[in-house]
Write a protein of this length. Structure first.
Lengths: 291, 316
């Protein structure tokens, strides 16, 4: 990690320590500015309600209390526990679908020979650019006719058909890097494509499968538009919808409770980030992802 | 790929026999591929291509979700172009958002990536800190936070008060509300930054060494080495981030409470589309809006690609 120096020789040799000290100062200041809003929200969630904006821009609460958390948890008619459980279920099922369906398609594109492969691959890449709004209304009509509106099915089932081409693209890139000799050897031994897929390719692709799973989980967890359109029964609400109805029901009067629930909604993403940062960053760097 | 390469071997046998064999052969070769592709193919036809064509048709109708759609020709598009002030302001807001946030976001991303690419200690920590907002930014929680940051009695005004400035209510003032969303977008410069960092590492160090031996200044090195060699990455980030910006929805929805207000100042295109489709149930009109978005993105992408010959340098 430390050998990527592009030190510019002419200047760096003048005052190497001063230079890097200045850079560090700048970067630390920038980091602080970047994180300040999040820390401010965290501090706000720990303030007592009477302290309404009394703390101003300060990060240190006059008095620390978790009352915002215990009250915010039941801030709308339903407990946030329900919303968290719903989000967790939806995100897990969607993630499984994405990884499963995308890896099948990616294996076909990366390794199998069939007529029309290049044609389908080009179409798949084309769908990467297509804004989802263009399929939105007919999909809604379709799901309505299937009786799926106000269920989770529209949020989950499409993932089992690899609708998000990004994950296919990500996996194709990785699969192509796996030495062909390995699956050719397996083929010599009489392995079927299916066996090669799950005995050779999948075990060798754990990093990319994990990257896809992580992004899939985070995106589904953060998704607001899908649940907004399809889910109206509060029993089925996701965390994002729960937060939204919190704003609607209480306005900004119980802002510290709203902050508390917002902080909680970010914790799963933050934990994933903490543990899988390397995979996330490599995933972005190799494919150039949107977010 | 090709079926014919083995058939000469079968030429000695009877004609029909050979044909049957080559069909079997073709099936044997192609079946696994299509089997593995089956879920994607079903999804492509039933959830992407079919619905896309469906919305193209619906855009020519007065569909309202309840009654059977009546064909109205190009009426929806005509209305958009001539008789819909909200469409015009949605366009204006969205373009302003893209034009303001994109240069700032990419500028910050490149500047910070270059600072991080100097072999500093603690790179992984800085990188993580700058990337975190990109990861969290799409969630409702961050939009909620933004609403409070820029509220009349929010954090930003508390800070301004320290230096004696009385700030306006940024969110509820139509003059400033869009800028708060621009700031939110720029705050999320982390993911293009990571792509820039990966691109900067591809530039051979000896080019800089040779340039500084020749006495080239840092700014000259930036314009003559860094920028040209990084131009494919800049192009990539530019296209991807701009398309994403056109599609932005959640921040505008949460910050304005779903209205796009005050006075349509945060009425993003996608928010307007949502209001028309699921607020007013003008599904036909919303479909037309969606197709106009596709056309805008297509034209933008096409022009970007055409422009590459003037400024993007690919390896010879």
């Amino acid at each position: 990690m430390s050998n990527e120096a592009h030190a510019l020789p002419g200047q760096a040799s003048d005052h190497p320590y001063l230079r890097s000290a200045i850079l560090h100062c700048l970067l630390i200041a920038a980091s602080f500015v970047m994180l300040y809003p999040i820390l401010w929200m965290l501090a706000g969630s720990l303030r007592p309600a009477e302290d309404l904006f009394g703390g101003g821009a300060s990060l240190i609460p006059s008095q620390v209390t978790i009352r915002a958390y215990t009250q915010g948890w039941f801030g709308v008619q339903m407990s946030f526990g329900r919303f968290f459980l719903n989000s967790l279920l939806i995100a897990t099922l969607a993630t499984l679908g994405n990884v499963f369906a995308a890896s099948l398609a990616a294996y076909a594109f990366a390794r199998l020979n069939f007529v029309g492969r290049k044609f389908w691959f080009a179409l798949m890449l084309g769908t990467l650019m297509l804004p989802y709004h263009v399929t939105l209304i007919p999909q809604y009509v379709l799901f309505q006719n299937l009786g799926w509106v106000n269920t989770w099915l529209p949020l989950i089932v499409p993932k089992y058909f690899a609708v998000d081409a990004f994950f296919i693209f990500l996996m194709v890139q990785f699969f192509r890097g796996i030495p062909r000799e390995l699956d050719e050897a397996a083929q010599m031994d009489g392995c079927s494509p299916w066996r090669i897929y799950y005995k050779v390719m999948l075990p060798l692709s754990l990093p990319v499968l994990a990257t896809a799973a992580i992004f899939s989980f985070i995106w589904t967890w953060e998704d607001f538009f899908g649940p907004l359109i399809y889910v109206s029964d509060m029993n089925l609400y996701t965390v994002q919808l729960g937060l939204r109805s919190f704003i609607d029901s209480s306005g900004t009067s119980s802002w510290n409770e709203l902050f508390a629930m917002s902080v909680l909604s970010l914790i799963p993403i933050f934990l994933i980030f903490l543990f899988f940062q390397r995979l996330l960053i490599e995933g972005i760097a190799t494919t150039g992802m949107k977010r | 790929m090709s079926v014919s390469e083995r058939s000469p071997a079968a030429a000695g046998n009877g004609e029909s026999n050979a044909l049957a064999r080559s069909y079997r052969e073709a099936f044997r070769r192609n079946a696994p591929g299509y089997l593995f592709l089956a879920p994607w193919l079903i999804g492509f036809f039933c959830l992407t291509l079919g619905p896309a064509l469906g919305s193209l048709y619906l855009s020519l109708t007065d569909f309202d979700l309840l009654q059977t759609p009546n064909f109205v020709g190009l009426q929806n598009y005509v209305r958009m172009a001539t008789a819909d002030p909200k469409f015009v302001s949605a366009m204006r807001v969205t373009f302003l958002y893209v034009v303001l946030s994109m240069p700032l976001k990419l500028g910050f991303a490149l500047a910070v990536a270059m600072m991080l690419n100097r072999g500093l200690k603690g790179l992984p920590i800085y990188r993580a800190v700058f990337y975190l907002p990109s990861l969290l930014g799409a969630s409702v929680a961050i939009a909620v936070l933004w609403r409070q940051l820029f509220a009349a009695d929010g954090m930003v005004n508390s800070m301004l008060a320290i230096i004696g400035i009385e700030g306006p209510s940024w969110i509820s003032n139509p003059r400033y509300s869009l800028y708060t969303l621009v700031v939110l977008s720029v705050w999320q410069f982390g993911s293009p930054m990571i792509i820039f960092l990966a691109g900067l590492r591809q530039i051979p160090t000896d080019m800089y060494e040779a340039a500084s031996l020749d006495g080239a200044s840092a700014s000259r090195q930036f314009w003559k080495i860094t920028l040209p060699l990084l131009s494919p990455v800049i192009f990539f980030n530019f296209v991807i981030q701009t398309i994403e910006a056109f599609k932005a929805f959640t921040p505008a929805f949460i910050v304005s409470g779903g209205t796009g207000g005050p006075i349509n100042s945060t009425l993003f295109y996608t928010l307007y589309l949502y209001q028309e489709a699921f607020g007013n149930f003008r599904m036909g009109y919303a479909s037309a809006l969606a197709w106009v978005l596709v056309i805008i993105i297509a034209i933008f992408t096409a022009f970007s690609f055409l422009s590459t010959r003037y400024w993007v340098h690919y390896d010879e």
